[in-house]
Design a protein around this ligand. Structure first.
Ligand code: GCB
Length: 594
């Protein structure tokens, strides 16, 4: 599925702005057919944005169930004869769409795009009514999972197995766009380096294009053509290639053309970075060079916007990554907006791309439910139905992000139960599905401490070890000497048991910005610095460690919990992106800055 863009043969219209919005408190909208007319009692709601924090209204903030979005759309008159496509980049966590009275499409999963050919439902030059119902409920059959409780008065309450707030809504842009009827439907690119020559393998899928030909031209960043070929798939050779590398996001432009005789029917340019990724022993190699991940687990999380995409905020975060000397991040705990990956491609920032599968572990969350179910994998909890949704989420993520050079590693889940045979049985087909969808990149998952080096049943399926560890916080709180010993012993055990590269994908301490303490007590800025420095000493002594991702880049919103004060405070930056002491300390480590 190709992202819409304006080219010589395609046009786009972004449907962002203020839409009509209504919460469906009684859950009656679908039965009453709310899409058939203007939404009653509607208020304004920006797209893109989470709906939760925009209005000062607890009933919207805490709403569990359906919310309705609606607007009128003018279809440009010049679009007559074109194929018209409607695309949602993210509707969290599921949506159903209508144009006028007609059903268009539905989609499960809050962080991957979906689209529909609406050519027959719209009239160029006329206006139509676009209605979307978005549902934010997390259940045993959603990724991530959760439980919806219905209270005696009918109120619905969401229980979840992860700490970040369950923001929902139309989080990313909505597009109306055209392609010609005969069109380029998909492009897949993988790259290699063969004795100094860059290889760009491409495969182009076309639709309604019988008798037509595919041509591709590869241009360098200055626009000079460096290779060309004809046919729906093939390999281009680039002498003396400029490689895409960490810190240097060099991009070629693969210009794909669909031609009929001499006429160009469709064209689609795709940025391409030539680079290789390989795991060898305990090393993670990019372009054959050992790579060390320095950076963060992040969140898409902002005041007012919630998880809604914002270009200015995104560029500011990237600028902070450069300032602090980070070379990478993980899209914890869901696929991020495509703009984020495009920017990472341009800036040479390396990305671990994660699905929304967080909280598949009732050993952690079960306690919070005070008596909730404790068996993670069962017909009543994480079941084969969940696994199917998870599998689709993996396939949709890879289909969307496969061409981004910044993505070097797929993370199939965060902290699932992985010390049991049931965990192994659940994950085996998912690893196989990921490898089938993308044989070119390593695959892993993020382990939590219930599964140790000798008991983790899922790590043998993975190419790298990714672990989240909280010695000095949840384990041995306040005792950094014990933390140092515990961490070192465990990392050594991972290295000797598995012989794979280790990325510590989370470590950190909740820190109240401005709280200082001479004894470096927990929650103080001094403690955060001391804890990070403790971990860094151990990393520097452990050869198999190839990455350090601090949890978290910035403070972020959570659901209500006695473990959180106004959100999760493990940020190195505050929620409004001011540096804590630890940010300066990391900058010294990562950049040698004084
Ligand atoms: C974790 C989770 C992350 C939490 C973090 C914490 O292990 O992966 O989502 O936010 O711990 O701060 O507790």
């Amino acid at each position: 599925m190709l992202r819409p863009q304006d080219t010589g043969t395609r046009e786009t219209k972004r449907l962002d702005g203020i839409w009509r919005f209504a919460t469906d408190r009684g859950g009656v909208g679908r039965a009453e057919g709310w899409w058939r007319g203007p939404l009653g009692d509607a208020r304004g709601m920006p797209v893109p944005s989470s709906f939760n924090d925009v209005l000062v209204d607890p009933q919207v903030h805490d709403h569990v169930g359906d919310v309705w979005y609606q607007r009128e759309v003018f279809v440009p008159h010049g679009w007559a004869g074109q194929r018209v496509v409607l695309r949602f980049e993210a509707a969290t966590h599921r949506a159903t769409v209508w144009i006028g009275d007609a059903y268009v499409v539905e989609h499960e999963g809050g962080y991957t795009p979906f689209e529909a050919d609406v050519t027959d439902l719209v009239v160029p030059g006329e206006q139509c009514r676009l209605t979307v119902v978005v549902n934010n409920e997390l259940t045993w059959e959603s990724i991530p999972p959760g439980i919806v409780e219905v209270l005696p008065d009918g109120t619905r309450r969401q229980r979840q197995y992860h700490d970040f707030f369950n923001y929902a809504g139309l989080h990313r842009s909505v597009w109306l766009s055209t392609t010609p009827r005969a069109h380029i439907a998909d492009v897949t690119v993988t790259t290699d380096i063969d004795e100094g020559v860059g290889i760009v393998r491409y495969a182009v899928a076309v639709a309604d294009a019988e008798g037509m030909t595919v041509r591709v031209r590869l241009r360098d960043a200055e626009g000079g053509e460096v290779a060309a070929a004809e046919g729906p798939d093939g390999a281009l050779r680039v002498d003396h290639p400029e490689l895409w590398a960490p810190g240097r996001g060099y991009l070629y432009d693969l210009h794909v053309l669909l031609v009929d005789g001499d006429g160009v029917v469709d064209r689609y340019p795709l940025p391409v970075g030539i680079r290789t990724v390989r795991v060898e022993g305990t090393q993670f190699l990019i372009n054959g060079e050992p790579f060390y991940f320095r950076g963060f687990g992040k969140h898409e999380d902002l005041n007012v916007h919630g998880r809604g995409h914002d270009d200015a905020a995104m560029l500011h975060d990237f600028s902070l990554l450069a300032w602090i000397g980070a070379n990478s991040f993980r899209t914890s705990h869901y696929p991020y907006a495509e703009e984020v990956l495009e920017q990472a491609d341009r800036q040479g920032i390396v990305v671990i791309d994660e699905t929304a599968a967080v909280g598949l572990n009732l050993g952690v969350g079960g306690g919070m439910f005070l008596g909730g179910p404790r068996t993670t994998y069962s017909d009543e909890t994480i079941s084969t139905a969940t696994q199917l949704v998870h599998r689709r989420a993996i396939e949709e993520l890879i289909a969307r992000d496969k061409n981004h050079p910044c993505v070097v590693l797929w993370s199939l889940a965060n902290e699932p139960e992985s010390h049991t045979d049931a965990g192994r049985a659940y994950f085996e087909p998912l690893f196989a599905a990921a490898r089938e969808a993308d044989p070119s990149r390593p695959v892993g998952f993020v382990n939590m401490m219930f599964a140790l080096p000798h008991t983790c049943t899922v790590t043998p399926l993975a190419d790298v070890v990714m672990i989240n560890r909280y010695y000095g916080w949840y384990v041995e709180p306040g005792d950094l000497d014990a933390a140092e010993r515990g961490l070192e012993a465990e990392l050594q055990a991972w290295a000797t048991t598995h012989g794979k590269p280790i990325i510590v994908t989370e470590y950190g301490a909740d820190t109240v910005s401005g709280l200082h303490a001479t004894d470096a007590g927990m929650w103080s800025e001094e403690y955060q610095v001391a804890l990070l420095e403790t971990y860094h000493r151990v990393f520097d002594r452990t050869e198999a460690v190839v990455g350090e991702h601090v949890w978290n880049f910035a403070d972020f919103a959570t659901g209500p919990s006695f473990m959180r004060v106004d959100g999760n405070k493990k940020g190195v930056f505050t929620r409004d992106r001011r540096p804590k002491m630890a940010a300066h300390d990391l900058r010294r480590r990562w950049l040698g800055a004084t």
